[in-house]
Ligand binder design. Structure first.
Ligand code: SF4
Ligand code: SF4
Length: 199
């Protein structure tokens, strides 16, 4: 562990029980930095993954929620595969997103709505329908400029045939039952983690 880096971490914050299940996941962290060195998105993150886990262990909820590090995690699982302690880091990043979204953190509103509308569309159709997804997202954002921000990217994707206009060709396969099952499992992340034999 680099002592210098610890002194740069925020210090005056409250502990919070909501971090406890995630703290249990990463409590064996030895601050080696392998996760940071392996993360393809680390350069865009305001806190490196290693610092994020240190804050989680310290229970610094406000500092963790202020960060966009977990929002930028793209679930590639590289850190999870390389962590010498075998910690479930990708699941822990997802759990942090869950806390931020449940708290309706204003800083992460756009990301929360993006995730919500994406998953709503997948739940309804069993696949993404780009036009419906983006329409739902823009309505939820209640921002008249949001569609214009995405217009250049949308036009580019349409030009390459990556965006399906209208209802699409394939039939719907709603995934409501599957989503309910996953929601049940996610209600007890710490219990599930212990059941799998990680202490
Ligand atoms: S790779 Fe694992 S042990 Fe090393 S800093 Fe990251 S979480 Fe901690
Ligand atoms: S799972 Fe997330 S935090 Fe881990 S290496 Fe991939 S993008 Fe980075």
């Amino acid at each position: 562990m680099n002592p210098q880096s610890v002194t740069t971490l925020p210090t005056a914050e409250e502990s919070s029980e909501s971090l406890d299940p995630i703290r249990a996941m990463v409590s064996a962290c030895i601050q080696c930095g392998t996760c940071t060195g392996s993360c393809p998105n680390a350069l865009e993150m305001d806190l490196t993954p290693r610092k994020m886990w240190r804050l989680v262990i310290l229970g610094r909820l406000s500092a963790v929620m202020e960060s966009k590090t977990f929002i930028l995690c793209s679930d590639c699982y590289t850190c999870t595969l390389r962590c010498p302690r075998g910690l479930p880091l990708t699941e822990a990043m997802e759990a942090l997103k869950g806390i931020a979204f449940a708290r309706k953190e204003a800083r992460h509103r756009g990301s929360r709505l993006f995730y919500e509308k994406f998953m709503e569309t997948v739940r309804r159709h069993g696949r993404i329908r780009e036009m419906e997804f983006m329409t739902r997202y823009f309505i939820a954002m209640k921002s008249p400029v949001a569609p214009f921000r995405f217009a250049p990217l949308g036009l580019k994707l349409m030009g390459k045939g990556k965006v399906e206009l209208g209802g699409g060709k394939s039939g719907d396969t709603p995934l409501g039952a599957l989503f309910e099952k996953v929601a049940d499992l996610e209600r007890t992340p710490a219990a599930t983690f212990r059941k799998e034999g990680h202490q």
